[in-house]
Structures are given as C-alpha cells and as structure tokens.
Write a protein that binds this ligand. Structure first.
Ligand code: WTA
Length: 656
C-alpha cells in the first residue's frame, strides 16, 4: 500500500468504533492492556494456565538475548492440552473438525473424542515405525484430517514435526529433510485440486533419492492413482495406523522441548528452519486465539482458511483453536473448487462464525464479484480476520461490507513464522479499526517503530518495526544455525528484534505495516526470497545471470519479475524468446514451487551493476514498477537500465 493511499484514508477519518453489543460480550475488556502492563511476565504466567500442565512451572522468563526460555521447569504434553483434556472434561462429543473435501458432498465430522482416538493410534503407529523423542518427522500432506492427527501424534511423542507445504517441489522437500535430518516422512499418494487428483508420492520418492537416512515413509491413500513403492521403507496408513490401539499414555516433557520446525524464506537462497518450543508457543497461540478472535467454544464455528504447510495453519488451525476446544471447518480445496461460490456455500452450510484469511484471497473473491456472497446467508459470521501481507483499504472495505455486513469487526493481524503467534492486531470490542492498519501491539507485547539509528520515530513518521521485549511464542532459533539467528534478527538494532518490515505510526500513534524492507518478497502471502528464485534461474543451463525483484500486483500483492541474461548469443535468444521464457518459468516452478513462478521474465543482454559489481535491484524494482528511475550515477553503465526499461515495454507480459 502506498503512503499516499494511507494519507487519503486517514484524511477521511475512517475509524470504525466497536459495536456496543459485541463489546459487552467480548473476551477482551478494555482493562486488559493495563493488566498486562503492570507486570507483563506475570500476566503471561497467568495465561499459561490455559495449558494442561503435568507439573506447573515455578519459573517464568529467563532471558539472555537472543535466547529466551519460558516456564522452563514446567512439564506437559502438547497433545494433551489440545485433545485429551477436552475428552476428560466431558467435551468429547463436541465437533473438533467439519472436514470439507475438494469435491462437493464429501465430508467428515470428527469429534474431540474421535480426534483423541486417531491421534493415539497415529502415535502408536509412529512408535512402531521407530519414532522417538527428539526425532524429526517431515510431513508433506494435503489438507486432510490425517495431517492434523500426524502433527499431534508427533508432538505427543516429544518428537519434532517439519511440515513442508505440499506445493513444494521434490528438490525443496529434499533440502528441508536434509537440513534438519528428518528420518521419517508422512505423506499421501496425492491430493485433489478442483476435482482432479494430483500426485504427491512421486515428489517424495524423488526427494528421498538424495535422503538415504529416511527409514520410513507413511502414506495416506487419498486418490486412486498407482504409486511407486519401496518395500521395507514405505507403509500404507491404512495398514499400519488403523490396526493400532486407540489408547496411548502420554509422557510429560519439559516446557522448552522443541516442538516443530517451519522453513521460511530469508534473504539468502537457503530457507531458514525456524523452530519453536512447547509451552511458550502454546500459551501465546491459545491466548491470542481467545482474545483476538473472541472465540466462544460452545457456539462458534471457526474457519482459518489457510494451509497446514504454513505457520498460520500451525498456530490457528491446529494448536490455538484446539487448546480453546472450538469447532472448526477444515477445507481441502481451492476457493473455486466446484465453483466460485464455494466459500459462501461452506460458510452458510456450516454456519461459520469466525473467518480468517489472507488479503490476496479477499482480492480474488472481490474480483469474482459481490453478487456471489450476496446470494448466500452469511448471517452466522460475527468476526473476520486477515493475515499475511498489508491489506489495501479497498479490500478491507469490501470484506467489511460484503462479507461482514458492516457489522463484523475485522482483525488485521500482524505476525511472522518467527513470532509464532499474533503480535499486533486490533482487539474486537475494544479497538476502533482503520482499514489497513494492524493498529497496535497486543497486551503483553511491546513493539516500536524506529529510524535507521534505532531511535523511536514520532507519530506521523515511518521506519522499521522492532519488538522490544521477549514474548512467549518467539522462535528459539534457526535450526542448526545460532549465529545466523543472532545476525538476522538481533544485530541490526541492539537489544531489539528486527522483523524486516517497514511500518508507520499515523498521527494518532496507530500502527500501519508497509511491507518488507529486505529482499523477501510476499507473493499471495507466501514468503520467497529474491535470491532463492535467482538461484533457481541460474541453475538452468542456458542462464548466465539473473536478478529478481518483487513488483506490485493487484491480486497477489507482489509478483515476481526476473531479469535474465542468457549464455546464448543475442541472436539465438531472440529467435527462441517465447520458448526460453516459458521454459525458465517452468524450471523455477519445478525447482521451488508453482508459487515461485515469475509473472514476467525479461531477457536482457546485461544487468545494471554498481562499480563494485553488485546488481542494482533498486533500479530494477523501479523498472518493474514503471517508476521513474532514481539516481543512476553509481552504475558502471547507466545506459543498461534504460535499455532494460525499453525491453520491459516491448516484451509482452507472460502472465498466466
Ligand atoms: C507479512 C505469516 C502486513 C510481513 C503469518 C511479515 C503482514 C510476513 C501481516 C510474515 C499483516 C504478515 N499486515 N504484513 N497483517 N501479516 N505480514 O512468516 O511482511 O509467512 O514479515 O507469517 O508477512 O510472513 P510469514
């Protein structure tokens, strides 16, 4: 979002005060901020009572920058807080998930009691396959209930899951398996996408050719396709899991036991294995789910429309909602599986009351027209959320009016894989919201906007977002790379966590996020680094050099534009341009993921470089955005950039 747009909206002074009726019933009452401020660490200790402890902690925070330990001497089992406790306390017959398949008409209803049995069976099966405490288990699965059974079973054993988004390539999967030395993989033969089966197991088989230490692969049968099979290594879920006992006695583990690793893109080609530990993470996802989404477990039906392959799925499909004991919708398909009105059908059919999604999806639904949601009964909705990228005011207003009937509060939640849970968001019933602003830090969380020197900026000014105090669900590090952890997040502004996001305080002091300030792109809410995509491009035999930038895109927020020089002669390249471009796009898609496919590839004989040989991405960004070019005096050859700008105009965009 541009600053000019923010200014324009602010001038109109649009802030939406909370509804009195909502406010009266809200989980968060206005005193909550002051309560937390009095003693934030003690406040978090109180919130930790949301968990089921085997032995309660007597310590709260131990902080030695950049290493935090929360509730460290307490012991617990994560899956007990999510599942067993509900059965034990008489909530076993409550629905945990209404699972809705890609195909209309196919669904499954899973109560907490059933969830408990399935998690126990899965845990027993994993034990049989050799999984023990501390082992890493890669999960490469579609959005099916077995993915959740697996995650909960893994943590039940004190093992560590590393869920890899099923849209990632074999190569991306292999590098993640190797980085954290996963010895087990849980997957499915395939997934469904708009009615068509799409195989998954071949990617696993291909990945495992370079991962010899993986000893067992557990495979859910989801489609009817034939699959390759390695005897002794591969096991069908229905052979191994279904015959297990549905009783499993949970062991209690220390509060700081690593729970999961989630790979995310940083500013280098190598994704970072962000890892989270148990009690601090669970405390904050449970607390934020309770207050930010205002959940009433007896009556709400919650739908976090995300994939378990990302942090949003971990925190707000699996752990946060389950600790709160809510009923959820879990949806396997795409927004237009079975038709562009599919979402509205799901909401009206299941009486969804809380919907959480990403701006990019809202913009897509918006493009499909307000008539579609208007023809369904969406009156069950009472709160809307958004996450993943700055939401433009137009999309926010559309969401509010057409989905929320001008009645539902919208929570624009800012957080990251590294933060584990939401850090900044309005609180429904308390905060008057502004379209496109995350507004402020949550109770017990302390952030600031600072300038280049680390000094806090005043109201009306912009800078970098930092977090000034440790928080329970903060990542405990990058798997296997403590130095990189310190350098990336804690060295830029001493004593403060550097998030990598630009932010602005408006004249009222409210917080607006402005997007990344580093080489991380945000494509449809997915994080990708420019170097990662460049790396994939230079991996192609025809490519000499590549520079990648993120350019604004009306639907996906940002889109990838790549500038590529080829090893071929200009003449040969010219002849075959369209084919080469398509081949390169496919190459990136199969090396990383279809998400990483460049929207546009510009073949150019040269790239703009500084005299010290660095590619000037800033200029390429200007070119890609059609902005007027800034200072080019440090370039070795200023004519290069004008030539590229010319090429941009003449090349037809190769958009899908
Ligand atoms: C961006 C997703 C503006 C931001 C939970 C952050 C946002 C990155 C918002 C993290 C928001 C996330 N407003 N920007 N409400 N939420 N972002 O790790 O740039 O996939 O640094 O975590 O997404 O992406 P990640």
């Amino acid at each position: 979002m541009t600053e000019a747009k923010i200014e324009a909206w602010l001038e109109e002074d649009r802030a939406f005060a909370p509804h009195e009726e909502f406010a009266a019933q809200a989980n968060a009452q206005p005193s909550i901020y002051a309560d937390a401020d009095r003693d934030p660490v003690a406040w978090w200790r109180q919130q930790a009572n949301r968990l089921t402890w085997a032995s309660e902690p007597t310590t709260t925070l131990e902080w030695e920058l950049p290493n935090a330990r929360w509730f460290a001497d307490g012991t617990l089992n994560a899956s007990v807080s999510c599942v067993d406790v509900h059965v034990k306390e008489g909530r076993g017959s409550r629905v945990a998930f209404h699972w809705v398949a890609d195909a209309e008409g196919e669904s499954r209803t899973i109560t907490y009691h059933e969830l408990s049995r399935q998690v126990n069976r899965t845990a027993n099966a994993l034990i049989e396959l050799g999984v023990t405490k501390g082992d890493r288990v890669a999960v490469y699965m579609p959005m099916i209930p077995e993915a959740i059974f697996t995650m909960l079973a893994v943590v039940r054993l004190g093992a560590i899951h590393s869920v890899v988004f099923a849209g990632f390539s074999a190569e991306a999967l292999a590098s993640r398996i190797l980085d954290s030395d996963c010895r087990f993989v849980v997957t499915a033969d395939g997934a469904f996408r708009r009615g068509a089966p799409s195989p998954l197991k071949p990617a696993v088989d291909e990945a495992l050719t370079s991962c010899p230490d993986v000893s067992a692969v557990l495979v859910v049968k989801r489609t009817d396709g034939d699959v390759g099979w390695v005897e002794g290594r591969d096991h069908w879920w229905h052979d191994v899991v279904e015959r297990q006992s549905d009783v499993h006695e949970p062991e209690a583990f220390g509060a700081e036991t690593p729970m999961f690793i989630m790979y995310t893109s940083g500013t280098t080609a190598k994704p970072k294995g962000i890892f989270h530990t148990t009690a601090g993470y669970l405390t904050q996802v449970a607390t934020t789910y309770h207050y930010v989404f205002d959940v009433k477990p007896e009556t709400d039906v919650c739908w976090t429309a995300a994939d378990i392959g990302w942090i949003t799925g971990h925190s707000y499909i699996v752990y946060g909602p389950l600790i709160n004991g809510v009923t959820q919708v879990m949806y396997e398909g795409l927004p237009d599986s079975g038709g562009r009105d599919r979402w509205w059908k799901i909401i009206s059919e299941h009486r969804v009351s809380i919907l959480y999604t990403a701006p990019t999806t809202i913009r897509t639904l918006m493009k499909w027209g307000h008539q579609l949601p208007a023809s369904f009964d969406l009156s069950s909705l009472r709160l809307l959320g958004t996450v993943g990228e700055p939401i433009n005011p137009e999309a926010w207003m559309w969401y509010r009016k057409n989905i929320g009937a001008n009645r539902c509060p919208i929570v624009d939640t800012w957080w990251q894989t590294e933060t584990g849970a939401i850090l900044c968001s309005p609180l429904p019933g308390i905060t008057a919201t502004k379209p496109g602003a995350a507004m402020r830090a949550l109770p017990g969380i302390y952030v600031a906007v600072v300038d280049n020197d680390g000094n806090e900026v005043g109201h009306g000014e912009g800078g970098y977002l930092v977090v000034t105090h440790p928080w329970p669900s903060m990542t405990r590090g990058i798997w296997g790379d403590p130095d990189r952890f310190f350098d990336t997040y804690w060295s830029r502004f001493p004593g403060k966590y550097f998030a990598g996001d630009g932010a602005k305080l408006d004249p009222d002091g409210d917080l607006w996020l402005l997007g990344r300030v580093d080489d991380v792109m945000n494509i449809s809410g997915h994080r990708l680094s420019t170097t990662e995509v460049e790396h994939a491009l230079v991996g192609h035999h025809a490519v000499a050099e590549a520079a990648v930038v993120g350019a604004s895109d009306d639907t996906t927020g940002q889109a990838i534009v790549a500038f590529v020089t080829l090893k071929l002669s200009a003449e040969d390249a010219e002849k075959d341009q369209a084919r080469i471009i398509e081949e390169l796009r496919q190459h990136v898609s199969s090396t990383i993921s279809p998400i990483a496919k460049p929207r546009q590839i510009i073949l150019t004989p040269d790239l703009p470089k500084t005299r010290s040989g660095k590619i000037m991405r800033r200029l390429l960004r200007d070119v890609a955005e059609n902005r007027s070019l800034g200072d080019v005096t440090t370039l070795t050859d200023p004519t290069v950039v004008n030539m590229i700008a010319g090429l941009m105009e003449t090349h037809a965009s190769s958009e899908d």
